[in-house]
Design a protein around this ligand. Structure first.
Ligand SMILES: Cc1cc2nc3c(=O)[nH]c(=O)nc-3n(C[C@H](O)[C@H](O)[C@H](O)COP(=O)(O)OP(=O)(O)OC[C@H]3O[C@@H](n4cnc5c(N)ncnc54)[C@H](O)[C@@H]3O)c2cc1C
Length: 461
């Protein structure tokens, strides 16, 4: 098989986790390749329009990217506050791609797009590289350390790692794709939300906002549950299996991005995955019709597009040296080997049901290094969505601030492992932690660890 190249660190998956991991590894001096099966950089945060970090984004590459995007007017640099805790503001997906590309080039990360990882180079449980499917046919890349940032844990599964899927009954959080609406009167929409507090469960409205421009990247609302019920009762053909709608204002005045579509099932099932894409579009058209008919501000609106990347919330979670649990997350656990404190709430879209559940996690919990080490496999770190967590803890760790923490720690660990000629499991975690401390990351090792206080500019319900 053709050899594409030899690297210190190979990162598979160019979502936000892989982007953060590869830039971090390259900054540590590692010769780094970032592999992506699609033609898009950023994964869900760009192609899926998941542009609102749920939780505070800690210092490091992700926060730098948001700061850079803000310089183009493409991000809200303020920390906002909702009823469950503080979060970093919304950004624009295309501006985010722009600043990611700049950052990858500045750090000399080599990017290989349209290359799907189909296998690993395995030497008795030691991952030594990746098999790829490319337009030129199958190819190999070798690496001292591989980072699985595929979200789905594809590489870990190909390496024979054990993994978990869903709850005890096997059900997983549903798939959802955002859709984008233009020409919304967001001022009228915000007033409508404020006038119907019983129908809105979460609302963030900038102070003294009187025009669409004032709401850019800031307005956020969840609810409309009563109106959905009333519409159903009055014969409106609501085909969406969800009883609430979440929406956030985009970068264009009058742009609103809507999260409501929902398809249940296993996103690794190819037939179901394809059906989900078509079904989600039909649900988006239905929800748009509902908004035009029942919610103020949408009368002259236009449905622009459905996000191009299917929004997969949950698939594999690897079995790791430690599994983060619901109790760890809710009891604000601290760990000696923590690589970042995370305050992302437990955000669960009910597997098999209609509800969306948000539970705050107080001052947050430490994410242990061990959740990135797939049991029994060497030479491989997992980062992002597929780390070792139980289904409830996963409701928090799937959020982008947590994915960024693991991506960053994995990038440092992979580069150090390559430099020292050891496996990530053999590395002294204190070495990774001291690099993270130098970046001002709050680790979550001590009870006194706290994330920086919010500079709150928003009203929240
Ligand atoms: C509908 C929805 C709403 C969400 N809402 C929020 C929110 O409000 N706030 C928040 O913080 N988080 C939210 N999340 C969660 C968050 O967006 C994701 O968990 C996070 O972006 C995952 O990033 P990632 O880089 O780990 O994975 P992804 O963005 O999925 O990136 C993985 C990349 O790997 C590539 N890949 C996969 N398999 C292979 C392979 N075999 N070979 C090569 N490449 C491969 C994919 O093409 C993709 O680009 C939401 C998620 C969804 C789906």
């Amino acid at each position: 098989m053709k050899l594409f190249g030899e690297y210190d660190v190979v990162v598979v998956g160019a979502g936000m986790t892989g982007v953060v991991a590869s830039i971090t590894a390259a900054r540590q001096g590692a010769r780094t390749l970032l592999i992506e099966s699609s033609g898009l950089i950023g994964g869900l945060i760009t192609g899926g329009r998941l542009t609102k970090p749920t939780g505070v984004v800690q210092p490091g590459v992700y926060r730098e990217l948001i700061t850079r995007a803000a310089r183009y007017g493409g991000a809200d640099p303020q920390t906002q506050r909702s009823y469950w805790g503080a979060y970093t503001g919304v950004f624009d997906a295309e501006v985010m791609q722009r600043v990611i590309i700049d950052a990858l080039e500045e750090t000399s990360v080599e990017v290989l797009l349209f290359a799907h990882a189909t296998g690993v180079i395995d030497d008795a449980g030691q991952v030594k590289g990746i098999q790829l499917h490319t337009k030129e046919g199958p190819q190999l890349v070798t690496a001292h350390t591989v980072i699985d940032a595929t979200g789905d844990g594809d590489v870990a599964a190909l390496a024979g790692a054990e993994f978990m899927m869903g709850r005890d009954d096997g059900l997983m959080q549903p798939m959802t794709s955002y859709f984008r609406i233009l020409n919304v009167d967001v001022t009228a929409l915000a007033e409508d939300c404020q006038q119907h507090p019983d129908d809105i469960s979460e609302l963030v409205v900038p102070e003294r906002a009187t025009s669409n421009a004032d709401h850019v990247l800031t307005f956020f609302a969840t609810g409309f549950t009563q109106r959905i019920a009333e519409a159903r009762d009055s014969g409106f053909g609501w085909i969406v299996p969800r009883n609430s709608i979440t929406m956030k204002a985009g970068m264009l005045p009058g742009e609103v991005n809507v999260n409501v579509t929902r398809v249940q099932g296993n996103a690794l099932d190819s037939r179901l995955r394809s059906r989900a894409v078509l079904e989600i579009r039909k649900q988006a058209y239905c929800a748009f019709d509902f908004l035009q008919k029942y919610v103020a501000g949408f009368a002259d609106a236009v449905l622009l597009d459905v996000a191009p990347v299917l929004g997969v919330r949950e698939t594999r979670r690897i079995t790791g040296d430690y599994t983060l649990t619901e109790l760890d997350v809710t009891n604000e656990a601290r760990f000696d080997d923590a690589i970042g404190l995370c305050n992302a709430p437990i955000d669960i879209h009910e597997p098999g049901g209609e509800r969306a559940i948000m539970r705050g996690v107080g001052s947050g919990y430490g994410i242990p290094y061990r959740v990135m080490l797939p049991t029994g496999i060497e030479g491989l770190l997992t980062a992002g969505r597929c780390i070792a967590a139980d289904p409830v803890a996963f409701g928090s760790t799937r959020n982008t601030p947590a994915c960024a923490l693991t991506g960053q720690a994995a990038g440092i660990a992979a580069a150090k492992a390559a430099e020292e000629g050891v496996n990530p499991r053999g590395l002294r975690v204190s070495e990774v932690q001291s690099e993270l401390r130098a970046l001002d990351v709050v680790l979550g090792t001590d009870a006194s660890d706290r994330l920086a206080e919010a500079t709150n500019t928003a009203a929240a319900s």
